[in-house]
Design a protein around this ligand. Structure first.
Ligand code: UTP
Length: 507
């Protein structure tokens, strides 16, 4: 246990003496807790962290310098498309993806360490349910997609296979997530294939470069961003665990996308057949000012450029075909080979530059009162998972339909976009489309047929409510067997039990 004297000396060196300003008032237990926390912060690193945060925050935000000369779209040979490819090519990619899954070479890795402040719930975002008829949470939907993709791959190749699920959590999300999975019996996944690990935390800092106390005896700490993944992989020997299981390819994704296709065989197959070490799924940007990062090249190196780093003129440039030149919107769905992740954790992680996120950080004021600020008052420094694209030897992007694959839950319903209602609608609209494509028709309450709206907008309410369990269909496949020629009454839920009832009887 570090002594008070050592900790005080360290804090002086780090220019953070104020963290002990309530020392005289603290009870012995609180003193010990605070000393323990402060002793774990290395003084020189703490000083650099605080100075760096204030300096980075003071820089005016805006476009990267000399952007017009440096920015280019990815060359076409690095971009695949699930939208524009011919069916045979798509089949080949999917087949390869299933083959790798059947060989137990594919894992999924969930980034679930975020605090979800915009959504505003006190529990991990994965435990949120957006109000589907089934009341499934994001975690449950994801677990069921894993089970289904394992089953599809296993059936094709006559094997029993598994897709291990690595879940990066943080101090905020580890315990509740672990408890939630236990309470739900791991959604019938084998618990040994669900690996939770924790990312590191870093102090939140004022605009003046001072670490913030959230209580008299506790520093305000925040997870180090989803790019904290690479340190966390090393901290917890996750890549060794992958090697032990024979995993070669990893699909990394964010917790909030309700449409996420875990271990998507088409994406995996495309990346593997391209010999890629690193890849990103992208969707076409909806409009020039849309606040999503763009996957492109800067000085010839693949990178995600934030919407704030690109000038409005550049964002609005159009190519010969009339679509936006910089239209590859990043949706945080990444492919990595294990070899690439090993190289990043070994060599490149220290080169990743933290980004500034200005947030509301609760704190104790000089008089010791707890304050919940109404305006952002603190800086959280976050690394980004995609900042490693620059180190790839063979980077690829893969374009997919937004309405099929991307509907993130970021905000509460008070916001107009990316909220529980928009994500729920996106999923239900997708399932409605799948049912129509499989040959079903929907009837309204009095038996009249509802209009078919195949071109439904992603966030529009479908005319009928239809929810299809991921255990029955992963991406719309196999539904004809249950739905061809059926007239369905809304709301219609196709779960495993319903599927058994609708199964054509074999003679
Ligand atoms: P966001 O940037 O949307 O952040 O995370 P958030 O924490 O979920 O929400 P806000 O900004 O506080 O409202 C994108 C993804 O990265 C993960 C999140 O869990 C989410 O899946 N993430 C974010 C981490 O795993 N660790 C972090 O430190 C930050």
């Amino acid at each position: 246990m570090a002594s008070e004297r050592d900790v005080r000396a360290g804090l002086r060196r780090a220019e953070q003496d104020h963290l002990l300003r309530f020392w005289a008032e603290l009870a012995p237990g609180s003193r010990a807790a605070l000393l323990g926390e402060l002793a774990s912060l290395e003084p020189d690193a703490l000083r650099e962290h605080c100075r760096g945060a204030a300096a980075a925050c003071a820089l005016p935000p805006g476009p990267l310098p000399d952007l017009a000369a440096r920015l280019r779209p990815l060359p076409p040979e690095r971009v695949g498309s699930a939208i524009r490819c011919d069916p045979e090519t798509r089949r080949r990619w999917e087949e390869e993806g299933f083959r790798q899954i059947a060989l137990n070479k594919v894992a999924v890795l969930l980034l679930a360490g975020g605090q979800g402040t915009r959504l505003g719930v006190t529990y991990p975002k994965g435990m949120y349910q957006v109000g589907l008829p089934s009341q499934k949470t994001l975690y449950q939907l994801q677990a069921e997609r894993i089970r289904r993709v394992e089953e599809l791959a296993g059936t094709r190749h006559g094997t029993l296979c598994s897709v291990p699920w690595y879940i990066m959590t943080s101090e905020f999300t580890l315990e509740p997530t672990a408890k939630f999975f236990k309470e739900h019996n791991f959604f019938h996944l084998d618990p040994t294939n669900v690996v939770l690990f924790e990312q590191r935390m870093v102090p939140a800092v004022t605009f003046e470069g001072k670490a913030i106390l959230e209580r008299k005896d506790k520093v305000a700490m925040a997870p180090d961003g989803n790019g904290g993944l690479y340190r966390a992989l090393a901290d917890h020997q996750i890549l060794e665990d992958m090697e032990h299981r024979g995993v070669e390819f990893v699909h990394v994704y964010c917790v909030d996308n309700i449409l996420v296709r875990l271990a998507d065989p088409v994406f995996i197959g495309f990346c593997v057949l391209q010999g890629a070490d690193c890849g990103a799924k992208v969707v076409e940007k909806a409009y020039p000012e849309e606040p999503v990062g763009v996957v492109c090249q800067v000085d010839g190196v693949p990178q995600v450029v934030e919407y704030s780093e690109i000038s409005p003129e550049m964002a609005g440039l159009r190519g010969a075909n009339g679509s936006l030149l910089y239209n590859a919107g990043n949706i945080c769905n990444h492919f990595f080979t294990r070899g690439f992740l090993e190289m990043v954790t070994r060599e490149f992680e220290p080169l990743l530059k933290p980004h500034v996120a200005v947030k509301k950080v609760p704190f104790v004021d000089e008089e010791g009162n707890l304050v919940k600020p109404l305006r952002p008052n603190g800086i959280k420094m976050e690394k980004f998972v995609f900042d490693v694209f620059q180190f790839a030897k063979n980077f690829v992007a893969f374009e997919v339909h937004r309405e099929e694959e991307f509907a993130p839950l970021k905000n509460a319903d008070t916001a107009t976009r990316d909220n529980p209602s928009t994500t729920r609608r996106a999923l239900l609209a997708q399932h409605y489309r799948w049912a129509l494509q499989a040959g079903a028709r929907f009837l309204e309450m009095h038996g009249a047929q509802l209009p078919e709206l195949p071109g439904l907008p992603a966030n529009g309410d479908p005319p009928a409510i239809c929810e299809i369990s991921p255990l029955v269909s992963y991406s719309g496949e196999g539904l004809e067997a249950y739905l061809q020629g059926r007239e369905l009454q809304s709301p219609f839920i196709l779960d495993e039990e319903q599927a058994r009832l609708l199964q054509p009887q074999e003679n």
